[in-house]
Design a protein around this ligand. Structure first.
Ligand code: ADP
Ligand code: ADP
Length: 230
């Protein structure tokens, strides 16, 4: 079948700043990619272009065999196929955990409330917090909130998950509980691209590590090669 993602000679400018320079990347179905590199190297921009949170100036992005254009059909396809988890959890504070997880499936997917709630409970169990379903985000720890954000994204049944520094806003003791959930998702065969500085996670869960610098992919290797001593 088609690749999960194919990025071909992508260029992105913020005014005069050339943030992505002819970036090409192919991600196979079921592949787990970690992107690392210094701050400002374009990691976040690359995955934000794939998720259409940013528009690019030239180059092509193909997701599951469909070339992404600047049209509503493309946008809808991306929202259906690609889930994204951010550094900040972006949960609605006035809604319970369960309501946060069922909102998009009910509104966008037109699921019945009962079906959406059953699915949400299934994913809250998968991230090990079913008992928090009726609480509000403010009652949860940062690590628990980030696991809710992951469950909420999974409730839309995406084919591909993008993670943008999902643990960098968390206290150290909460990082492992989020990474453990991501490692479980990786071993379930979910196609993932993770921007992260957590090299232990990369070692355990990545098929390929990509190193970016100044808007370019400068190195690309399996973790065992990437981390081997020179
Ligand atoms: P990284 O994720 O590797 O830290 P980013 O993709 O966030 O890097 O940013 C790449 C470069 O583009 C940086 O120099 C950053 O300052 C710049 N940049 C990112 N977003 C914007 C924006 N919305 N407007 C202008 N410049 C931006
Ligand atoms: P991250 O790289 O973790 O996504 P940043 O703090 O770099 O977070 O960026 C947060 C937001 O600010 C993003 O929406 C990004 O596009 C924007 N941003 C980043 N750098 C710049 C910049 N130089 N000028 C304007 N906006 C920026």
């Amino acid at each position: 079948g088609p690749h999960a993602i194919r990025v071909d000679r992508l260029n992105k400018y913020y005014n005069a700043h050339h943030a992505l320079k002819d970036v090409s990347l192919t991600v196979e179905n079921g592949e787990r990619i970690v992107i690392c590199g210094p701050s400002g190297s374009g990691k976040s921009t690359l995955i934000r272009c794939i998720s259409r949170l940013e528009d690019h100036q030239s180059g092509d992005i193909t997701v599951l065999g469909h070339r992404i254009g600047h049209d509503e059909v493309s946008e809808a396809r991306i929202h259906r196929e690609v889930g994204m988890v951010f550094q900040h959890f972006n949960l609605f504070p006035h809604m319970t955990i369960l309501e946060n997880c069922t909102l998009a499936p009910i509104r966008v997917r037109k699921m019945s409330r009962a079906d959406a709630e059953a699915r949400a409970m299934q994913f809250l169990e998968r991230v090990h917090i079913p008992e928090q379903a009726h609480k509000y985000p403010g009652e949860l720890s940062g690590g628990q909130q980030q696991r809710v954000a992951i469950a909420r994204s999974l409730c839309m049944m995406p084919q591909i998950m993008l993670f943008d520094e999902p643990t960098s806003a968390l206290d150290p003791e909460m990082i492992a509980e989020v990474l453990d959930v991501m490692i479980e998702l990786a071993s379930d065969g979910l196609t993932m691209i993770c921007v992260t500085h957590e090299m232990g996670f990369a070692r355990k869960a990545a098929d390929r590590v990509i190193f970016m610098d100044k808007g370019e992919i400068v190195e690309e290797a399996p973790p065992e090669v990437f981390f081997s001593a020179p």
